[in-house]
Design a protein around this ligand. Structure first.
Ligand code: 5AD
Ligand code: SF4
Length: 441
């Protein structure tokens, strides 16, 4: 068996970061990462099951490479689809040899030993591995911005959502371990940290200090060398006022909050078991709108949830107009296994879901265009992420999490640097500008 592996990642940032940990573990075990399935001894698919479409992607991949399994390749399905489908994956795709959920990755070295010994069916599906998966070997993709998982799993029970089943109950990491990692990252040149959790603000330090999320956030922002801290995803129910207070007080904490609302109708929110009303959500929005530093707000919207009437849908559109999010992700409701909403059926026709989705996206596009035009003339500091050599342009991200393409006089390397940029042009999803001379630091 070739000691090489290939990994493809689907889904959210948690999955992206899990893959960084899996890569680190594999490399530590003596395997080399390669860029194609063809070159690989092991093929990992780190999967997402948030909607049916995401789940289908992995089965399409497996089908596509079916014939390669006979040629000594080992196929591994890990992540959320693995946890959800378990051993059923072996029936659907008999050429798969490893099925493991995210709570079992710490046992990856042992699972590899079993595979190397010729075992054709190895599984890691329990949630009782104890501590959250944390590894000193993590291979981060980006040399300037790093993810740190602070809490795994989710204890909420939103009626549409598969995550509590795929990622298990909440397990927080100790604040000492999070701060150690932040310090190590700062020492090796990272300036931006993104704290991750399915429900990041229900963080509770399991050690004696018992820190809450706001205290941890503030402390990570105080680590010398760290200039920006982001966090995702926040649940409105656990989004408490002290989080705004620390963002207001500490400039290193990015002024961006992703606070998914899902629906503008309290009736639908109740059916979704979201644990807040529209008014309670709006109260949190008011905190952000009235904050001393303007805070960018982004959200997720689901259309076509069972029972969503035209009136409920109108309420979502009104909410978009009222809040004027900086951006949103919007989705058609998709039935998921095990979830409570299964018993509500899925009676809104696909065409109607598509119609509602298109309206949401069109309204939001118009809102963003208006907002973005308002930014022309402003100066924003960006953390530079990429260079578009052919266009002679650079791309960076503002603290409010907007990407800004800009021109720059001079030929120094900017990636990883902070640059002030004057916004000169705006589109619905983009901003462009030019750097302020002498502002690189
Ligand atoms: N159908 C459609 N969208 C979903 N999401 C979660 N579950 C579903 C589902 N069953 C969306 C929510 C969530 C985002 C990550 O995905 O909006 O916030
Ligand atoms: Fe997809 Fe949710 Fe799993 Fe992330 S946690 S990969 S969004 S199912």
């Amino acid at each position: 068996m070739e000691k090489t592996f290939y990994i493809e990642t689907f889904g959210c940032q948690m999955n992206a970061h899990d893959s960084e940990k899996v890569v680190g573990t594999m490399v530590q075990q003596g395997y080399t990462q390669v860029d194609t399935v063809e070159e690989a001894g092991y093929v990992f698919y780190n999967t997402c099951s948030i909607r049916d479409k995401a789940e289908q992607k992995v089965f399409n991949r497996l089908q596509h490479f079916k014939r390669d399994a006979g040629k000594g390749k080992v196929f591994a399905v890990i992540g959320c689809v693995a946890q959800q489908e378990g051993e059923k994956i072996f029936e659907r795709a008999p050429h798969v040899s490893l099925v493991a959920g995210s709570a079992s990755y710490s046992k990856l070295p042992q699972m590899l030993v079993q595979l190397e010994a010729g075992n054709k069916r190895v599984t890691g599906l329990s949630f009782d591995a104890g501590e959250a998966f944390d590894t000193p070997f993590t291979r981060r993709d980006n040399p300037h911005r790093a993810y740190i998982t602070i809490i795994e799993g989710c204890d909420k029970a939103c009626s549409y959502c598969v995550v509590p089943f795929t990622r298990g109950p909440e397990r927080s990491r100790t604040s000492a371990s999070v701060l150690d990692e932040a310090k190590r990252l700062a020492d090796s040149g990272y300036t931006e940290i993104q704290l991750l959790g399915q429900n990041v603000n229900s963080y509770r330090d399991p050690s004696a200090t018992g820190w809450d999320f706001a205290t941890l956030l503030d402390s990570v922002g105080g680590v010398p060398g760290i200039r920006r801290v982001r966090f995702t995803t926040s649940h409105p129910r656990d989004f408490v006022r002290p989080i705004i207070d620390v963002i207001e007080a500490n400039e290193n904490l990015c002024n961006h909050v992703h606070l998914p609302v899902q629906s503008g109708s309290t009736r639908v929110l109740t059916a979704m078991r979201r644990l807040y009303t529209r008014d309670q959500y709006m109260e949190r929005i008011a905190w952000m709108k009235n904050a001393r530093r303007p805070i960018a707000i982004t959200s997720d919207i689901i259309v076509g949830f069972p029972g969503e009437t035209e009136k409920d849908f109108e309420e979502t559109l009104e909410l978009l107009e009222e809040i004027k999010y900086d951006s949103i992700f919007s989705f058609k409701y998709s039935q998921r296994p095990n979830t409570y909403a299964l018993e509500l059926g899925d009676h809104i026709p696909e065409e109607e879901k598509s119609r509602r989705l298109a309206i949401v996206q069109e309204r939001q596009r118009a809102i963003q265009l208006r907002q973005n035009f308002g930014l022309v003339g402003d100066v924003e500091e960006v953390n530079v992420e990429a260079q578009y050599k052919l266009l002679g342009q650079w791309m960076g991200r503002t603290s409010r999490n907007r990407t800004l393409t800009f021109s720059h006089e001079g030929d120094e390397e900017l990636i990883g640097k902070y640059v002030k940029v004057r916004v000169t042009r705006a589109g619905p999803a983009s901003l462009a500008g030019e750097s302020i001379p002498g502002s690189v630091n």
